[in-house]
Design a protein around this ligand. Structure first.
Ligand code: KIV
Length: 278
């Protein structure tokens, strides 16, 4: 476990006030959570992106509450210092009662500190109810993968004046509803800058440029583990897929050539003990 201090939503808001940027990444399992914690990442999101990058589903809509909670528990066992965000899956917050119940499960059953939900003005009353129940809420606007069919695909949002105005209204509605931070996904950088200046709560950008208060990336994208679809906004800091592939190919070749296991990987027995068997 990394030594350090548990990050709270107040720490993130203080960072915004001081003009200090912070970091968020997704994680879905214990070893990755341990590494993110050791790296000093401030916030870990157990994102519903796990549907695509871990479970191999075509989109995020079919991941269930139970699947989300299962991965959250593993992450909570590994990450002690970062703020932990459980992503509420599609159809788990269609009304306030259901939203409060399911948000509570992330905290009570899976070790999360806060929840995230997608949508702007439409979900503001739901976000308010969850906050009033004592559960901090992170908003998420712009490209919201759970409603990808309505958005017409994975595409940049906020490209014309009317759409920008709606995004600004969505951001303000979430702030007024009590959200402690908002993810801005796939919007022009100058629109993200306008929203970031307008809000007193932190903005966390993904494909939203440098002017957000924080950045988030899907870990499988940034370490090069999932390469089926790499959005323009992803920077690959490593190519782990290549390393895993090379390791597996070398292992196969060495086993087939009788080179693995070598003497250093083998348990031995004394000759005199063996002689007793003959
Ligand atoms: O599920 C997820 O990984 C997300 C991020 C893209 C913010 O919502």
């Amino acid at each position: 476990m990394a030594q350090g201090k548990k990050i709270t939503i107040l720490d993130l808001q203080a960072k915004k006030a001081k003009g200090e940027r912070f970091t968020m990444v997704t994680a879905y399992d214990y070893p990755t959570a341990l590494i993110a914690d050791e790296a000093g990442i401030d916030v870990i999101l157990v994102g519903d992106s796990l549907a695509m990058v871990v479970l191999g589903l075509p989109n995020t809509v079919s991941v269930t509450m139970d699947e989300m909670l299962h991965h959250c528990r593993a992450v909570a066992r590994g990450a002690k210092n970062p703020l932990l965000v459980g992503d509420m899956p599609f159809m788990s917050y269609t009304n306030t009662g259901e939203a409060v119940h399911n948000a509570g499960r992330f905290l009570k059953e899976a070790g999360m500190d806060v929840v995230k939900l997608e949508g702007g003005r439409r979900v503001a009353p739901i976000a308010r109810a969850v906050v009033e129940a004592g559960i901090p809420v992170m908003g998420h606007i712009g490209l919201t993968p759970q409603t990808i069919s309505q958005l017409g695909g994975f595409r940049v949002q906020g490209k014309d004046a009317a759409a920008v105005k709606q995004l600004m209204e969505d951001a303000s509605a979430l702030e007024e509803a009590g959200c402690f931070a908002i993810v801005l996904e796939a919007i022009p950088d100058r629109v993200a800058e306008l929203i970031t200046e307008k809000l007193t709560i932190p903005t966390i950008g993904i494909g939203a440029g440098l002017h957000c208060d924080a950045q988030v990336l899907v870990i499988h994208d940034m370490i090069g583990l999932f390469d089926r679809f790499v959005p323009k906004f992803v920077k690959q800091y490593a190519n782990v897929r290549e390393q895993i592939l090379a390791a597996l190919q070398q292992y196969k070749a060495e086993v087939e050539a009788g080179q693995f296991p070598g003497p250093e990987h083998v348990y031995t027995i004394k000759d005199e003990v063996l002689a007793q068997l003959y």
